[in-house]
Design a protein. Sequence first.
Length: 155
Amino acid sequence: MVSYSKVLGMVSYSKVLEMVSYSKVLGMVSYSKVLGMVSYSKVLGMVSYSKVLGMVSYSKVLGMVSYSKVLGMVSYSRVLGMVSYSKVLGMVSYSKVLGMVSYSKVLGMVSYSKVLGMVSYSKVLGMVSYSKVLGMVSYSKVLGMVSYSRVVRNG
């Protein structure tokens, strides 16, 4: 059992039966490890990290980043750039809000859209559909049959 403390710099460290706890007060850092479970936090930069039984959670508040991984399921979000990403059992969902991009992949089925450029793309069981609205392009492929159209506007 190990215990260490330093008061002016306010550092405390202890180790008891492979359980580790570490804290630093002025920089406001806290770290603990208990039976393979890890928790880490830093308050001024507002970072929190924890790992429990293969489940990982990470967040950073000022940059507004949140990340979690639980049993192969991944969720990621960043708020100022407004990015959200999740992966659950091979199903992937991705979105970015300011650029307005949405992407999802579920069981081999892919859907992609971008709103400002107005692009939509989907692939479902070998069937492909693609459209672009401002340039007015439409493309589809279904079971080896291809359909394509393009509309050109004269200025």
